[in-house]
Design a protein around this ligand. Structure first.
Ligand code: ZN
Length: 70
C-alpha cells in the first residue's frame, strides 16, 4: 500500500485561476481540482481523495442536471 495514492497537489496548481469549487462546479470543494470521478450517487476527487457522499437532498452532484437530462 502506498501513502501516495493521491497526488494532493496544492490549490495553486490544480486551480490556478481560483475558479469556483464545490457541488455543481466540476471542481473539488476541498482542493479545487477538476480531476474528479463520479457515478450515479457520489463523486470524488482524484487529487485529494475526498469523496462526496449523497448525504444531502438533492444529493451532491458534480455538475447540474447531468443525470436529469433527457
Ligand atoms: Zn480534492
Amino acid at each position: 500500500m502506498s501513502n501516495n495514492r493521491y497526488p494532493n497537489r496544492p490549490p495553486r496548481e490544480v486551480n490556478p485561476r481560483n475558479e469556483p469549487t464545490g457541488h455543481f462546479t466540476g471542481r473539488c470543494g476541498m482542493c479545487g481540482s477538476n480531476d474528479l470521478w463520479d457515478d450515479n450517487l457520489t463523486y470524488g476527487c482524484n487529487n485529494c481523495g475526498k469523496i462526496y457522499w449523497p448525504d444531502g437532498n438533492p444529493a451532491p452532484r458534480l455538475v447540474p442536471n447531468r443525470y436529469d437530462a433527457g
